[in-house]
Design a protein around this ligand. Structure first.
Ligand code: AMP
Length: 364
């Protein structure tokens, strides 16, 4: 199946082409037709499977078809997520897919001043992506109401429960109109999550399950270099010089010190690059990410922390300089090709068969 075969409106098909998707991923193939029929959905899928487009595209299609208009201080679609990073990421996807339509989006999350978020809600918004705490806060302040809601998405439900959001979720659900479409996604489905899903979904939802990809995906080309620690910088420079097509390169390394060192080596060689890690202020990190997105720098060096990986933008190459491995017996090396390819998979999804290289020092 190709995207062109799906009954999606022209502006959405145009956006799909603009972001470079050709064929739907399994979750998209399984979910989009049922969601277009207006059915509720229970999805068991992780990030990286393409689940955001699986729900965003049919939702946008519904908004385009319905003929309704947003009313002041209301939203027509609510996507609830556990963290600010996920909320930003998902709203960005909606914005990309809706770029050739008049559909509006907004994102609200805690930890920042709420003034601009409230301003964005004054005229109403089509798609609101929110974390639970700030949403309830703004509902309490009458900055937004859910009474006109048409579609409710609860994403990353298992993480929501792990993070203690169950009461907030129940409060939000109690405020939703009865007549709505519900989409519920979770990477795992223990009984507690299933009970929550049953309390939100209408009877007989479509159930879609997509196994996490445990093998490196074919489109990512992977190479492993066993070299001495002292030669890693030289090899990295050589790889960059030999691959001018790699214009957006992510380098993962274990320590903050290691990241700064790689930046120094590359800058000396005239390669524009920056590092993001815990010692950099939020502003500096955002600045580096922004430059990387706009291709003002070619290489972004990041420490291998999970929360940070989620925030990284797409790149067409991920290299890993694993400086820590000298001190560990080979059997304990956690950075397995599978583990690393999960990060590469998320960040290197382009139709152009990207390259993900892993540099390791020779442990023998
Ligand atoms: P998600 O699971 O929604 O976080 O998506 C993971 C990554 O896959 C994102 O970078 C998407 O842009 C990308 N993606 C989603 N659907 C497709 C597709 N059909 N073809 C290629 N890439 C896709």
């Amino acid at each position: 199946m190709m995207f062109a075969d799906l009954p999606l409106a022209n502006p959405l098909q145009r956006a799909i082409r603009a972001v470079g998707y050709e064929t739907p991923t399994p979750i998209q193939e399984k979910s989009i037709p049922s969601l277009l029929e207006g059915r509720d959905l229970l999805g068991i899928a992780q990030t990286g499977t393409g689940k955001t487009a699986a729900f965003a595209l049919p939702i946008l299609q519904r908004l385009l078809e319905s003929g309704n208009f947003r009313a002041p201080k209301t939203c027509r679609v609510l996507v609830l997520l556990p963290t600010r990073e996920l909320a930003i990421q998902v709203e960005e996807c909606f914005r990309q897919y809706a770029q050739f339509t008049a559909i509006s989006t907004a994102c609200i999350f805690g930890g920042v001043n709420d003034a601009s978020q409230k301003r964005n809600l004054i005229r109403g918004v089509d798609v609101l992506v929110a974390t639970p705490g700030r949403l309830l806060d703004l509902i309490g302040q009458k900055a937004v109401s859910l009474k006109k809601l048409e579609v409710f998405v609860l994403d990353e439900a298992d993480r929501m429960l792990d993070m203690g959001f169950i009461h907030d979720i129940r409060k939000v659900v109690a405020l939703l109109p009865q007549n709505r479409q519900n989409l519920f996604f979770s990477a795992t489905m223990p009984d507690s999550i299933l009970d929550l899903a049953k309390s939100i979904l209408h009877a007989d939802p479509v159930r879609v399950e997509v196994a996490p990809q445990s093998t490196p995906i074919e489109r990512i080309h992977q190479e492993l270099y066993r070299i001495d620690k002292r030669r890693k910088g030289a090899l990295l420079k050589e790889l960059l010089a030999g691959h001018p097509e790699m214009q957006k390169v992510l380098v993962f390394c274990r320590t903050k010190h290691g990241a700064d060192k790689i930046v120094r080596v590359l800058e000396k060689a005239g390669v524009k690059c920056s590092a993001i890690h815990g010692n950099k202020s939020q502003n500096r990190r955002q600045e580096a990410l922004g430059k990387f997105k706009k291709e003002e720098i070619r290489v972004l060096v990041a420490t291998d922390s999970r929360p940070r990986k989620r925030k990284l933008p797409k790149a067409n190459s991920a290299m890993r300089a694993a400086g820590c491995l000298a001190t560990r017996p080979a059997a304990k090396i956690p950075e397995t090709p599978k583990g690393k390819s999960r990060a590469a998979k998320r960040r290197c999804r382009t139709p152009r068969s990207p390259r993900s290289s892993k540099m390791r020092r020779n442990l023998s």
